[in-house]
Ligand binder design. Structure first.
Ligand code: ZN
Length: 409
């Protein structure tokens, strides 16, 4: 908890926490994490994409690794635990297991970018590690007009070498991530911990209603007000997504010409749509799309839609879910012989790492489900249980892994 407080002091703004990729604050927290990893008995290095890493070998030097970790970057106005908790719990577990004989190497990673705050594209750190970095991302530009490639150079990285951050599936047996829930299910169930079954399928779209910009003296029957159409669309999105159990958020809206005495001729809004499965997400979208077209038709507007991001659901590995269930069972969490399972609505580094290794996630209760806000809060006793559970999960995985390795092929 003290380390989380210490990390929180590294912020680019005085009035809250903001720590973004390839910034001086990123440099500072990597340095701190490296020190803690070193104390935990790990050999440390910063990879070619700015992720802070640590490793201890298994019984022999060349064994593949179980990777533990999460991210140290934040959204603007962040809390202290999103990402940070997973890194700190991983370091603590590495410290506890420093003398344990394991049939694999143990590694910890603190990813430099998960949130995408600076360059608008998420999971940059974990996608570099997973080998799914896209060369065009070097051309991404931050709010100050700085290209990612130049920010990388200023940070001391060489864009030409970014691909060296990529790990192979031969090197990584599993990725285990502890994260605050960012939702209220554990609190409702009176549980400290939960096993994540999958990470939601997501899609982001931009919806544009086009009508006619006219003087505000225009009579009602002659108006084609893009904003009123968009507003009706936003309400329809809420109604449809809610009735189908999907998650939909319109977080940004833009109006033109944006004048007090002109009927809006254009209204554009973002839509972030999530569901437990891609099929569920797509079925909800079909219903929304149908309704948006009907609204546009009834109001004499045009509606245009573009997709800006699409990701299928990521299913957590059954054997790693079992390891986390056993891990929770080894703690004193309420009723922990029947651990709670839940899917993650939020995206996580595990989504990216899944391209190169089986992934598992453990959620920790956070107060009121509040996250991406200064009020983010966890109980110290829950964090203690999370450390116990991750340690037990690693040992459980070691048992089943040794057993599988001993089976004749
Ligand atoms: Zn996070």
């Amino acid at each position: 908890m003290a380390r989380a407080d210490q990390l929180a002091t590294h912020s680019s703004r005085p009035d809250g926490i903001e720590r973004v990729y390839l910034s001086p604050e990123h440099r500072a927290v990597n340095h701190l994490a490296a020190g803690w990893m070193h104390e935990a008995g790990l050999v440390t290095w910063e990879d070619a994409a700015g992720n802070q890493c640590g490793r201890r070998a298994g019984a022999t030097d060349e064994l593949p690794a179980v990777l533990l970790g999460s991210h140290l970057d934040t959204v603007p106005g962040a809390g202290r635990y999103d990402g940070v908790l997973g890194v700190l719990v991983a370091i603590e577990v590495a410290a506890r297991l420093r003398d344990a004989e394991l049939p694999f190497a143990l590694e910890v990673v603190a990813f430099g970018d998960e949130e995408g705050t600076r360059f608008g594209t998420t999971l940059l750190g974990s996608r570099a590690l997973a080998g799914t970095w896209q060369p065009e991302w070097f051309e991404l530009v931050d709010a100050a007009g700085i290209r990612l490639a130049d920010a990388a150079r200023a940070f001391g990285l060489d864009p030409v070498r970014f691909a060296d951050a990529a790990r192979t599936s031969d090197e990584l047996l599993a990725y285990l991530e502890v994260h605050i829930e960012q939702g209220p299910k554990l609190e409702f169930a009176d549980r400290a911990l939960g096993v994540v079954t999958s990470i939601a399928a997501a899609e982001r779209r931009v919806v544009t209603f086009t009508g006619e910009a006219r003087h505000c003296a225009t009579p009602w029957e002659l108006r084609h007000d893009a904003l009123v159409g968009a507003s009706e669309g936003v309400l329809a999105i809420e109604r449809i997504a809610r009735s189908r159990g999907s998650f939909a958020t319109v977080g940004r809206i833009h109006v033109e010409p944006d004048a007090v005495n002109v009927i809006p001729g254009l209204a554009t809004f973002s839509l972030d749509l999530r569901d437990e499965t891609a099929d569920g997400r797509d079925a909800t979208w079909d219903a929304i799309h149908h309704e948006l077209q009907a609204i546009a038709g009834a109001r004499g507007l045009d509606v245009a839609i573009s997709s800006t991001h699409v990701a299928p659901e990521v299913v957590c590995s059954p054997s790693l879910q079992a390891a986390f269930s056993a891990g929770i069972g080894a703690t004193s969490d309420v009723d922990s012989d029947a651990p709670l399972s839940l899917f993650s609505v939020a995206g996580h580094d595990a989504m990216a790492v899944a391209a190169v290794a089986p992934v598992g996630m453990l959620f920790v209760r956070c107060r009121g489900g509040v996250s991406h806000h200064a009020d983010e809060s966890v109980r110290e006793s829950d964090v203690a249980l999370a450390i116990d559970a991750l340690e037990a999960a690693v040992l459980q995985f070691a048992l089943t892994y040794s057993h599988d390795a001993a089976e004749p092929r």
